[in-house]
Each structure stands twice: as C-alpha cells, then as structure tokens.
Design a binder for this molecule. Structure first.
Ligand SMILES: [Zn+2]
Length: 193
C-alpha cells in the first residue's frame, strides 16, 4: 500500500508546528515508527522542532529533501514528518512521491504564502497533490478575525511600516533596522508598492 501525503498550511502563528507535533505524537502512541526532518536554514533550535506553545520533538536537519533517503531504513519507517517546507526551494513532490511509493506516509507543514501573498513553490507543489490538506488560521492582530496572511513590518526611522512588494522574500540580516511578522486577515493585511 502506498503512503499518504498530508500537508498543514497557514500563516505565521497559526500553530502549524504544534499540529505537526500532535500528529507525530498520535502516531507514536499507535506504535508507528517515523523520522522528523527540518530544513538546516532554520537555525533556531538545531536538532529539535519547537512549536510556539513550547512543545518540542527531535528532528534531523537536512539541506535538501533528497537527504531524507540517507536516513530511511527498508521496511522500518511508517511515516516521515517535515517542518517548514517552504524553505526547500526545489520541486519536492517528485522526491516525496518516491517515498510515498515505498508505503511511507509523509506529513508536512509550512507557510503557504510569503509576506507578499505569493505562494511558496515547494508548498504549492505539495498542496495540489496532497491526499489531505489542513489550512490553519491565526488571529488577526489588528481586528481579531481569522488571519490567513502574514504581514511583514519594517522599522524605518523609528516607525513600523508595512513592507514593500519590492523587498526580498528572504531577508539578509543587518540590511534593515528591524523586521517583524504579524498574522492578519485579508482586510488588515497591507503591502506597499
Ligand atoms: Zn483584521
């Protein structure tokens, strides 16, 4: 039997990692064996996936999706989980399909949209082919409605302003005074030209 592809998406602060950890925990209670991976670019916690609520689970940092094959053991893995998949900027479905064809379930989580409201290619690639999609919402910091967007704010001359369409998706440290992200609904989400 082939594996299932589950994907958890949403804006920042929507609890994606918390939901990923919950699913991994349930499977382990059910005596399933699985490996957890995270992109090496996420340097916050080196060998752990950590939710904002504080729950943690051990994870293997990898620089590209195909590195997963180095860790798989024939017939021993029921599932794999991957956090922050938006950081893998490569067409990852083809690689994951190879894993699914071995009968291994794949659970993944990541941001669907960048701060400009544009899809992350790797996430988009999975969403359209997934067997199960969960869209989580955060709470809009401005009005309190469901938030589906991630607002980037930039500190300029002591004032926080919405980011511009022309800004890079991945920021280089030190290029600006300050940056922060907020969950916002479609009405309160703003981007400057
Ligand atoms: Zn709002």
């Amino acid at each position: 039997m082939k594996g299932r592809l589950e994907i958890i998406i949403g804006p920042m602060y929507s609890g994606k990692t918390e939901e990923l950890i919950r699913r991994i925990t349930r499977r382990r209670i059910a005596k399933q064996s699985g490996l957890v991976f995270k992109p090496v670019v996420d340097t916050r916690d080196k060998s752990f996936v950590k939710s904002r609520a504080g729950t943690t689970i051990e994870a293997i940092p990898i620089s590209k999706i195909s590195d997963i094959f180095d860790f798989l053991e024939d017939g021993k893995n029921d599932f794999i989980a991957i956090d922050e998949i938006q950081f893998f900027d490569e067409p990852i479905y083809n690689i994951l399909e190879d894993i699914l064809n071995r009968g291994i379930d794949v659970i993944s989580s990541g941001l669907n949209l960048d701060f400009k409201g544009e899809p992350f290619k790797s996430v988009e690639d999975l969403v359209i082919r997934a067997d199960d999609i969960t869209l989580l919402k955060a709470v809009c910091v401005v009005c309190g409605k469901d938030a589906t967007r991630t607002q980037r704010m930039i500190l300029k001359n002591g004032e926080w302003l919405p980011a511009s369409k022309r800004d890079d998706v991945i920021l280089i440290d030190g290029s600006i005074e300050g940056v922060k992200y907020e969950p916002r609904c479609r009405d309160c989400w703003k981007i400057l030209d």
